[in-house]
Design a protein around this ligand. Structure first.
Ligand code: GAP
Length: 457
């Protein structure tokens, strides 16, 4: 993890939020390469979950919603973690993450080591509060949304009526969520501000188990095919009210859990992070918990009339929900390689390479002139880069020797480097070098855009 953290900072993927002021815990800023990787992840998800499907549509809702939304959803009352303080060193902990937390008087503080100093655990609500309008009083309190899901329930009726979708169908959304986590950490794994990609799939009651299994397979395949995650690094934690077990690697390494308050069962996809198996996506069988709760509190009818069977019911919901930051971290951890390669003069040297799937790579191509003091080469390389930029993220660089420029692009995962050399002026061909095999081919400059476009699509 330390290697990845330092690579992210050194190359401009991620910076500490408000860096010059010493940062602020749980908030991160994404730099020039980070924003590209994030956008590519979001695009890949949207493509699989909305663009390529007839039965799912997207929305983009406001972050701040009527506070009654969070009353109905149960977040106001129950979106809590257990908090304990050390009276000696004043450190705060999530109680349930400390071994023996049920009897705090008997255990030592994980920070200062003093026994008997931890306070009895108490509930801490993770909602971020704010006020709306010029007067800050009880009536103006609102919350930053802790999940994107609720907008899909609140707008279910509007979306269903305007799109005339029939069950089963889904509503998807990507956007920021906020949780005042007691302990943030493991780099960007647990943040206080993060982005979620969630889809609520509305189904006929009685068919939810079938759809739950369908989405488990579909989402597992997405991680394997789009993120190229290997079978040994991903697994499913099955969380039922009476039983927790693993499908996949390390089946004995599991802690018993209960499904969230809104769910009758969860499939949590877990990735083998450096700190151990941890959740990357939750696929919950949410029943009609949310729609019923909103119908009750708002007084609006959120039932569905089934034209074919002439039945009226409140749909059940299956929800695949994931965080962009965890996916970002998986992309880096899964594809980071340190390789020993032979340099031009035959010596062995180390190269760091991010072997991202092409669709995720921040830049698809980088263009260099072999000699930066030859204006004709510089001009030809700049023109080629400019032309590529009309189709894909590409960059021009002439700030070092070619070997060094290759290494820089390998380290950020650019699939193809293109060199314009003296011969290019005569034969109008350039050298394309493949990131993974490091093999080189000569391609006519007029064909480069098409050649790359086919491969990085
Ligand atoms: N609507 C259901 C829901 O929000 P969740 O398991 O709390 O379920 C879904 O969150 C996903 O959002 C998680 O699998 C994780 O990828 C991401 N996530 C949740 N809390 C996060 C945090 N504090 N920092 C980063 N990502 C987070």
């Amino acid at each position: 993890m330390e290697t990845i953290v330092s690579l992210c900072k050194r190359r401009g993927f991620i910076f500490q939020g408000s860096d010059i002021y010493g940062g602020i815990g749980g908030f991160w800023d994404y730099g020039p390469l980070g924003v590209e990787l994030k956008n590519n992840i979001k695009r890949a998800w949207w493509r699989a979950m909305v663009q390529e499907r007839d039965d799912i549509v997207g929305i983009d809702a406001a972050i701040i919603m009527n506070p009654l939304v969070w009353r109905a959803s149960g977040h106001e009352a129950t979106f809590t973690d257990l908090l304990t303080d050390c009276k000696n060193c004043r450190h705060r902990f999530r109680a349930d993450k400390i071994k023996g937390w049920e009897e705090p008087e008997k255990i030592a503080c994980p920070n200062c080591g003093m026994r008997g100093q931890l306070t009895p655990p108490r509930d801490f609500n993770l909602l971020f509060k704010t006020t709306v309008g010029p007067v800050a009083d009880e009536g103006s309190i609102a919350y930053l949304r802790p999940e994107t899901a609720q907008a899909m329930f609140v707008q279910y009726r509007n979306v269903q009526e305007t799109t005339r979708k029939k069950l089963p169908f889904g509503i998807a959304q990507q956007g920021r969520s906020f949780r005042n986590e007691i302990v943030h950490g493991d780099f960007i794994f647990r943040d206080r501000e993060f982005e979620q990609m969630e889809m609520e799939f509305f189904v006929k009651p009685g068919t939810e188990d079938e759809w739950h299994d369908y989405w488990k397979e579909a989402r597992l395949n997405w991680w394997k095919k789009t993120l190229n995650v290997s079978d040994e690094h991903i697994r499913i934690k099955v969380i039922r009210p009476d039983r927790t077990y693993i499908e996949g690697p390390d089946p004995d390494d599991v802690q018993v859990e209960k499904p969230p308050h809104y769910s009758k069962g969860n499939y949590d996809l877990e990735y083998l992070f450096p700190m151990g198996w941890s959740e990357i996506e939750g696929i919950a069988s949410r029943t009609n918990f949310d729609l019923s709760a909103h119908a009750n509190l708002s007084g609006k009818d959120l039932s569905y009339f089934d034209d074919e069977t002439k039945e009226k019911y409140i749909p059940y919901v299956v929800e695949p929900a994931m965080g962009v930051e965890r996916c970002f971290l998986v992309a880096l951890l899964e594809h980071y390689r340190e390789e020993v390669v032979a340099s031009k003069d035959g010596r062995e040297e180390k190269r760091v390479v991010l072997k991202f799937p092409y669709a995720l790579a921040p830049y698809k191509a980088a263009v260099f002139p072999l000699l930066r003091n030859r204006p004709e080469l510089v001009e030809m390389a700049r023109n080629l880069a400019r032309d590529l930029k009309t189709e894909m993220m590409a960059t021009y660089d002439d700030t070092g020797a070619i070997g060094k420029l290759y290494r820089r692009q390998d380290e950020i995962g650019t699939p193809f480097c293109i060199t314009v050399d003296v011969q290019s002026l005569d034969d109008h061909q350039v050298t394309l070098r493949d990131r993974d095999s490091m093999e080189q081919v000569r391609v006519d400059v007029s064909q480069v855009k098409g050649w790359l476009g086919e491969r990085v699509k």
